[in-house]
Design a protein around this ligand. Structure first.
Ligand code: SF4
Ligand code: SF4
Length: 431
C-alpha cells in the first residue's frame, strides 16, 4: 500500500475540504495529530486464520466518509468491513468509491448479507444480492462474505446461504465465508445464547472467520470462543470493544431524579448507592475523562494475539489518530489493574450484550438484550439516530410493562445490571 505522509498543514487542508464536501465536523482542535505532526500508522498485521491474509490489527468497521476511510487506508488499515444493509447499500458504494483507485490485492474487503429482513432468502436471491454488493463495491470479488447477525443455531446451517456461498466461491466472486453474531432474537427464532450460536458456527466447519463481541467486561466467553476458533484456524473479528460509556447515561438518570414507576422507585436508593460507588471509582483513579479506560479497553483486546482484528468505527480524522495510534500496543500492568477494578466495582453499569439470560424470566418477553444493545449504540458509539430507528422498528420493544413489574429480569441477570432504569432511559432517549 502506498504510504502517504501528511504534514500538519496538508492534513488540516485535507480535513477542511473533507468537512465541506462530506459534512464532517472537523477543525484544528478536533483533528488531533500526534507529536511528530503526522497521523499514526498501523504497526501490527495479523493472520486472519485459515484465509492466510495478513490484516491490520485495527480494521475499519462501518466507514463514515470517503476521505476518512481513504486516510485510514493511507495510514495502513487494510481490512474494511461493511454490509448490504448499512445506509441501504450506500455504505458499500462509499467503500467502492474509495477502493476503486487502490490496488485491490492490498485490501481485504468484507461485506454481509442480512437474512433477517423478511426478504425471500433463496440461494438465488442471496447470490443476486452478492452480485449487487459487488457492483456497489466496485470490485470483481469480495474477500469475505458474511451472514449478518446470525440469530439462532438453526440459522448457522442455513442451506441457502451455504449453497449461494459455494456457487459464488466457485465463480470467484467471494473468497471466504463468515458469520457475525451479537445475540439471539429469541422472539423470532428459538435458539441458544450468543456463545451457543458461535460455537455451532465453529463446529459447522464451513466458516473461515467469525465476528463477535469481546471486551474486558465479559472476557471469559470471548476467550472461550477465540480459543475454539484457534483450534479450527478460524479468523476472529472483534466488535463491542469499548463497553464503558453507558456510565454517563446512568448518571444522567440519577441526576435528573425523574419520576419512576412505583416499583422502580423502590430500587432508586440501590441505584444511588451504585452511582456513589462509580463516583468513588473515578475519584480513586483520578479519571477526569474516559480516555484511559477506553484505550485500555482496546489494548486489552490487542494483548490477545489470537484476535485477528478489532473493527473500529472511524467517524472522523480524530478517530484515526485514536484507534490507529493503538495498533501494536498491549495492556500495561497498571491499566490492567484499572480495568479489573472497573469490572469488579462497576460491572453493574453495562449490559454484557448477548448473554440474554434476563429475557427468559421476563413475563412479557421483552427483548432486553437487544434494547440494551441499541442503547449501547446510542450511548457508547454515539449513534443515536440509527439506534433510535432500530429501536422503533424492534418488535415488542414497549417497556411500559416495566413500570409495574417486580423486575424478575434483574434477579436473573448475573451482572446485577440496573435493567429497569436503563430500559426506561433507552425508551426515553430512543423512542
Ligand atoms: S422489568 Fe419486568 S417487564 Fe421489564 S424487562 Fe424486566 S421482567 Fe420484563
Ligand atoms: S441485562 Fe444482564 S442478563 Fe440481560 S443481556 Fe445484559 S448482562 Fe445479560
Amino acid at each position: 500500500m502506498k504510504s502517504q505522509r501528511l504534514n500538519r498543514r496538508e492534513f488540516i487542508k485535507t480535513s477542511a475540504a473533507s468537512a465541506i464536501g462530506f459534512g464532517i465536523a472537523c477543525n484544528d482542535s478536533i483533528c488531533v495529530l500526534n507529536q511528530s505532526g503526522e497521523l499514526p500508522r498501523i504497526r501490527d498485521y495479523r493472520r486472519l486464520g485459515r484465509t492466510g491474509a495478513l490484516i491490520s490489527d485495527i480494521g475499519s468497521g462501518v466507514p463514515y466518509s470517503e476521505p476518512v476511510l481513504k486516510t485510514a487506508i493511507d495510514r495502513g488499515v487494510n481490512f474494511i468491513e461493511t454490509s448490504e444493509t448499512y445506509s441501504n447499500g450506500n455504505n458499500e458504494i462509499l467503500v467502492g468509491n474509495v477502493i476503486k483507485n487502490i490496488e485491490r490485492e492490498k485490501l481485504f474487503i468484507t461485506t454481509k448479507v442480512n437474512l433477517t429482513l423478511g426478504l425471500i432468502n433463496s440461494s438465488d436471491d442471496i447470490a443476486a444480492r452478492a452480485e449487487e454488493s459487488l457492483k456497489r463495491l466496485n470490485t470483481p470479488h469480495i474477500d469475505l462474505y458474511m451472514m449478518h447477525q446470525a440469530q439462532s443455531i438453526v440459522r448457522v446451517a442455513d442451506r441457502n446461504f451455504h449453497k449461494a456461498c459455494d456457487r459464488l466461491k466457485k465463480e470467484g466472486k467471494i473468497r471466504f465465508r463468515g458469520l457475525s453474531c451479537h445475540g439471539t432474537f429469541w422472539w423470532q427464532e428459538p435458539g441458544g445464547t450468543l456463545e451457543d450460536i458461535l460455537m455451532a458456527a465453529i463446529d459447522d466447519g464451513r466458516y473461515d472467520v467469525l465476528f463477535f463481541p469481546y471486551n474486558f467486561l465479559e472476557p471469559d466467553m470471548g476467550e472461550r470462543i477465540i480459543q475454539a476458533c484457534k483450534s479450527k484456524d478460524i479468523g476472529t473479528m472483534i466488535m463491542k470493544s469499548n463497553p464503558i460509556s453507558v456510565f454517563e447515561g446512568y448518571e444522567d438518570i440519577l441526576n435528573r431524579g425523574e419520576k419512576l414507576g412505583i416499583l422502580e422507585q423502590r430500587d432508586y436508593e440501590k441505584k444511588q448507592v451504585q452511582m456513589g460507588k462509580a463516583r468513588d471509582f473515578f475519584r480513586k483513579y483520578r479519571l477526569d475523562d474516559r480516555d484511559k479506560l477506553e484505550k485500555g479497553a482496546y489494548r486489552f483486546i490487542l494483548t490477545n494475539k489470537d484476535v485477528s482484528t478489532i473493527c473500529c468505527r472511524f467517524r472522523n480524522f480524530s478517530d484515526i489518530e485514536k484507534y490507529v495510534g493503538l495498533s501494536g500496543t498491549t495492556l500495561d500492568t497498571p491499566t490492567a489493574g484499572l480495568l479489573s477494578d472497573f469490572r469488579e466495582s462497576l460491572g453493574f453499569l453495562n449490559c454484557r450484550i448477548g448473554c440474554n439470560q434476563c429475557e427468559k424470566s421476563c413475563p412479557v418477553h421483552l427483548p432486553v438484550g437487544t434494547i440494551l444493545r441499541y442503547y449501547y449504540y446510542s450511548q457508547s458509539l454515539k449513534e443515536r439516530e440509527s439506534a433510535s430507528r432500530q429501536y422503533r422498528a424492534l418488535e415488542g420493544h414497549n417497556t411500559d410493562a416495566c413500570r409495574y413489574c417486580r423486575g424478575s429480569c434483574e434477579k436473573a441477570c448475573p451482572n446485577d445490571i440496573a435493567i429497569r432504569v436503563l430500559l426506561a432511559d433507552a425508551n426515553r432517549s430512543l423512542c
